[in-house]
Design a protein around this ligand. Structure first.
Ligand SMILES: Cc1cc2nc3c(=O)[nH]c(=O)nc-3n(C[C@H](O)[C@H](O)[C@H](O)COP(=O)(O)OP(=O)(O)OC[C@H]3O[C@@H](n4cnc5c(N)ncnc54)[C@H](O)[C@@H]3O)c2cc1C
Length: 534
């Protein structure tokens, strides 16, 4: 089997790369471990909100870059951040042109591009028939329409290299070993949140006590393959995740939602001694990372009072108040802190002392004197003083790893000493460098997967026949085209080949048939036969 581009993994990163590649005239395939068309992956289970660091994807590139830098405290690879900022808007337009339906899921600005239909506001698993599940189906159909292949039940085991260049992959399917040739390979396996050994190596000692808040299919195959091929790996010790009821370890009704983040951030998190153990003001992702690094990640309980439970508890789209109880989660309630401690199995005297010290620090603005100190990055702390009081046993949930394979702005996989590995790309949750940093800055899993899915395919298509030669035609950047901005020019396909896409650019008059173009074409470009001539 030979393809121009092979994507390892059928989440949004891999399938966007394959559909986009096919649209640009490449013969593409997705190799997916899952065995049926509803194969589980984080993309399918996602909430479906496309955002850039909690900002509307349609803001200007400058505004988006500022948002990413603010979220990450500037600890982001600027080339990757600039790529996201430049392409976020056109990526949702491209998805819409491929059948994505977006809805304004809430009055919150950065929810404007949520895949429809959105999740219901209920606890537990609710992904079937929701926006991301539907979009994966649409993209699969588009891939097949363009003669791309989705090879289910096909787990890629290793990359094949020749003289330092990737020339294909070896995969396993139905007990057989397949050698698949490919000019470009895109690793899009989702990262390593489901690999206990890698979790222990890079994140924390007890993966068995951290809730796997994902589909369980991203198990680090891509990271290992890339490392063996000589790739640089970056930021492996950070993950994107949330706080969940501790009962979610046992009950599917309590994950991936409701998240307890907003309540924890407004109140305090204590350990089994009733003492604060971390800076709650850094927000839910930071708290989840801190807990996951402990020897006892399930030691934590959130303590709050009635006003916090009635406001922060109701703030999320799927709020713990009332979805925690609706899902069968534990919520202790009492009229005094001491009685609350008894109910939650915490030492009453110590918990009362912790709450009193915290309340004083908030009242007298002495947050930095607390140990650990308390910041306000993700929201202002609130005093815990109005009964009834509440205690919620929590755990850390890992959604996806933030670090991974180092890539450049085209998604090419980098070596530690800089230059890219020829023929090798990576996209989505398996990549690192954009997110994480000291501030555990999150940029957005969906936008990262889709932007780099498109970029890898576009670069591979350029390399495959449209690379600029001195004095020759510039490569077409269909990247800039969406169905919406088409002043379209339809081009005929050569006999026996797929119909080329309808193309547009900001200057359609510059598009002409390649038969009139002097430049000789490589076989990939010949299939598409589309050039923008200077
Ligand atoms: C519950 C939940 C809610 C989320 N909500 C949002 C949200 O609202 N907004 C947002 O921006 N992000 C959200 N995310 C994060 C986002 O879904 C992910 O970051 C993104 O979908 C990752 O896409 P991906 O294609 O890189 O990986 P995945 O979707 O994980 O796909 C990887 C695929 O690779 C396959 N695979 C793995 N190994 C191999 C192999 N060796 N060979 C072949 N195939 C392989 C897997 O089976 C899988 O299908 C959410 C995630 C979860 C779990």
């Amino acid at each position: 089997m030979h393809f121009d581009l092979v994507a390892i993994g059928g989440g949004f990163a891999g399938i966007c790369a394959a559909v986009r590649g096919a649209e640009l005239g490449l013969r593409t395939a997705v190799l997916e471990t899952g065995t049926d068309e509803g194969y589980p992956c984080s993309s399918r289970w996602a909430g479906g909100i496309f955002h850039v660091s909690y900002h509307d994807v349609k803001l200007t590139p400058d505004e988006l870059l500022t948002a990413i830098n603010r979220q990450t405290d500037g600890e982001t690879d600027q080339e990757l951040a600039a790529a996201i900022a430049a392409d976020a808007g056109r990526t949702v337009d491209w998805l819409a042109s491929q059948g994505a339906a977006f809805t304004d899921a809430s009055p919150i600005g950065w929810h404007r591009f949520t895949l429809a239909p959105p999740r219901l506001p209920v606890a537990g698993q609710d992904w079937q028939g929701r926006g991301p599940d539907r979009l994966l189906g649409e993209l699969r159909r588009r891939l097949q329409e363009r003669q791309g292949r989705l090879l289910l039940g096909t787990r890629t085991a290793s990359l094949r290299l020749e003289r330092g260049r990737v020339i294909g992959v070896t995969a396993h399917r139905d007990g057989a070993v397949l050698d698949i040739d490919a000019d470009a390979v895109v690793i899009a396996d989702g990262g390593f949140p489901g690999n206990a050994e890698l979790f222990r190596k890079y994140i924390g000692p007890r993966p068995d006590r951290v809730l796997m808040r994902h589909a369980g299919t991203a198990i680090g195959d891509g990271l290992k393959m890339a490392a063996e091929a000589g790739a640089a790996l970056v930021g492996l010790d950070r993950f994107y995740g949330h706080l969940l009821s501790r009962d979610a370890m046992e009950s599917k009704a309590l994950w991936p939602y409701p998240q307890i983040d907003a309540v924890a951030t407004a109140a305090i998190v204590v350990d089994r001694r009733g003492s604060r153990i971390l800076d709650e003001g850094l927000g839910g992702i930071s708290i989840a990372n801190n807990l996951a690094r402990l020897h006892d990640p399930l030691c934590a309980t959130v303590i709050c009072d009635a006003p916090i439970w009635e406001t922060a508890g109701k703030a999320a789209q799927i709020p713990p108040n009332p979805q925690l109880l609706a899902g069968g989660g534990t919520l202790h309630r009492a009229d005094t802190i001491e009685a609350l401690a008894e109910a939650a199995g915490l030492p009453p005297e110590n918990l009362a002392g912790t709450v009193a010290e915290y309340n004083d620090a908030v009242r007298f603005n002495r947050l930095l004197t607390l140990l650990p100190e308390r910041s306000t990055r993700s929201g202002a702390p609130r005093r815990i003083e109005t009964p009834p009081f509440f205690a919620i046993p929590i755990g850390a949930g890992i959604t996806n790893t933030m670090g991974g394979i180092a890539i450049d702005g085209h998604g090419r996989v980098k070596r530690p000493d800089g230059p890219a590995i020829a023929g090798l790309y990576a996209a989505g949750g398996t990549t690192g460098g954009l997110e994480g940093g000291g501030a555990l800055g999150y940029v957005g899993g969906l936008i990262k997967a889709c932007v780099f899915g498109l970029r890898t395919a576009e670069h591979a298509a350029d390399r495959h026949g449209w690379a600029r030669e001195p004095g020759a035609a510039a490569p077409v950047r269909l990247a800039l085209a969406t169905q919406a901005d088409i002043g379209s020019v339809a081009l005929a396909a050569p006999d026996g080949l797929p119909t080329p896409p309808t193309a547009s650019s900001d200057g359609c008059s510059r598009i002409r048939r390649p038969t009139r173009c002097r430049r000789s074409l490589s076989h990939a470009a010949a299939r598409l036969q589309l050039h923008v001539c200077q």
